[in-house]
Every structure is written in structure tokens, then in C-alpha cells.
Design a protein around this ligand. Structure first.
Ligand code: FPP
Length: 247
């Protein structure tokens, strides 16, 4: 007899994360906000390894938004320094772990030394295939849509959903299946606006430096309980699942 139980959703192919809460984590410990970002790098390292171990193929993280330039000057320069230091420290291990690193965002606003660091890190990891890590840096979802439209206009191409999607910064990757935001806020904050159309959203109260394997597994368990309908009805999804099981 055929079962009408939905096959459990697999591990998400692509997870995207808004790593929020570093500042509060530090302030609660009477530390400067930049210290929270340093612990945020530790949490990111753990998360990359855990995602790779669980079979996630693409991880995209929001490290610096187009709007983060409005933060206090010392925090902005602290984040830039942290990026350069973190890259020189982390890239050798990323190479060993098979992680391919790519930066997504507006490069022209970044200093020459930061840009050089990004290019070096991308070149050192470009042949890795186990996990793709997209770090959104000086990134905004509206900027991404605008740059895609500009590229199509420059090439004289027609603007369609398919052509615009392909011209987005991560147009060569499937959209995120799951978007996680830590830190208790429930908004998208100009992250992956185009790509989030059918992503499942998951909000965690954990501050990003505290986001551990247990928290990641809770997000994955919540994802498995979701029914992804893409505009269809539950009945259509069940019928499709039944016919797949019968085949
Ligand atoms: C948001 O927390 C976090 C950021 C703006 C930076 C995220 C960066 C990292 C996790 C480290 C990785 C960084 C690099 C440079 C690779 P928040 O500061 O807004 O926290 P709050 O909401 O508690 O103030």
C-alpha cells in the first residue's frame, strides 16, 4: 500500500545566515563590540565545519552589509581588520577542509589591502569542491538586483525573471533553501532579497557567537518539518510524493 507520508525534506543544499547578535554578546560581557565579532569568527568556523559534515553544499553568510558603513568608525575599521586577519589565519584550514571561498558584494568601496586579501583567499581555495562558502561583504540585496539589471541593460539583453536571476551575484547557484537569522530579530535586512523568494525562514534567539551545533541541528530539524509547496496545494505535493514512491 502506498503511504501518504511525505518523504522527509533532505538536508538543505544551500543555507544562508544573517549572523546577528555579536555586539550584544560583547556588551553583555563588558567587552568592546569588535570582541563580539572576533567570537563571531569562531562561531562561523564551527558552523562551516558542521555544515560540511552534515552534507550542506553551499553556505552563504552576511558579514558586512552596505548599511554597516553607518556604524561607529572604530567598529567599521575593526571589522575590516578582522576580515584581513581572519583570512590569513583561516584560509590554510579552509583549503584542507575542501572549502571554496567566494566574496559577494561591491568591491569598489573596499581598500586595496582588503581587496587584495579577498582575491588571495578566493584564488587559494578556488579548486575546492566540498563546500562553497559565500561571504557577503559590502553586500545589499537591493544593490544585487540593481547591478544585475545594469549588467543586462549594458549588454542590451531583455529583462526576464530568468535573465535577471542569472545576472545576480550568485546566479550560478540555486537559491537558499533555508535562511537562518540569529539574535532574535525577525527581518531580512536587505539580505538576498531576490534569492529568498522560496526560502524557508528560521529565526533563532541565540546570539551569533553562541550559535553551536545544537542550534544548527534545531534549525535543520525545523526545516525538515516544513512543507515546501512553491505555490501548489498540500494535496498536489502529497500526490507527487506518492507517485515518486510508487515509481
Ligand atoms: C551583526 O551583529 C554582525 C555583523 C555586522 C558582523 C558579522 C561578522 C561576523 C560574524 C564575523 C565574520 C566577519 C568577517 C569579517 C569575516 P551586530 O553587531 O549587529 O550585533 P547586535 O545586533 O547585537 O548589535
Amino acid at each position: 500500500m502506498k503511504s501518504s507520508v511525505l518523504a522527509p525534506a533532505p538536508v538543505p543544499h544551500h543555507i544562508a545566515i544573517v549572523m546577528d547578535g555579536n555586539g550584544r554578546w560583547a556588551t553583555r560581557r563588558f567587552l568592546p563590540r569588535v570582541a563580539g565579532h572576533k567570537f563571531g569568527v569562531d562561531a562561523l568556523r564551527r558552523c562551516v565545519r558542521s555544515c560540511a559534515a552534515r552534507g550542506v553544499a553551499v553556505l552563504t553568510v552576511f558579514a558586512f552589509s552596505s548599511e554597516n558603513w553607518n556604524r561607529p568608525r572604530e567598529e567599521v575599521s575593526g571589522l575590516m581588520e578582522l576580515l584581513v586577519v581572519a583570512l590569513s589565519r583561516e584560509v590554510p584550514q579552509l583549503v584542507k577542509d575542501g572549502v571554496c571561498l567566494r566574496f559577494v558584494g561591491e568591491r569598489s568601496g573596499l581598500s586595496a589591502s582588503v581587496n587584495a586579501g579577498l582575491v588571495r583567499a578566493e584564488e587559494s581555495t578556488e579548486s575546492n569542491t566540498r563546500l562553497r562558502l559565500n561571504v557577503c561583504f559590502n553586500y545589499g540585496g537591493r544593490w544585487d538586483i540593481a547591478q544585475a539589471a545594469r549588467r543586462l541593460a549594458e549588454r542590451g539583453e531583455e529583462i526576464t525573471e530568468a535573465s535577471l536571476g542569472a545576472a545576480m551575484q550568485m546566479g550560478d547557484f540555486p537559491d537558499p533553501d533555508l535562511i537562518i537569522r540569529t539574535g532574535g530579530e525577525q527581518r531580512i535586512s536587505n539580505f538576498l532579497l531576490w534569492q529568498a523568494a522560496y526560502s524557508e525562514l528560521y529565526f533563532s534567539d541565540k546570539l551569533w557567537p553562541d550559535f553551536d551545533d545544537e542550534a544548527l541541528d534545531s534549525a535543520l530539524a525545523a526545516f525538515r518539518r516544513r512543507e515546501r509547496r512553491y505555490g501548489k496545494t498540500s494535496e498536489q505535493i502529497l500526490a507527487r510524493s506518492d507517485s515518486q514512491q510508487a515509481a
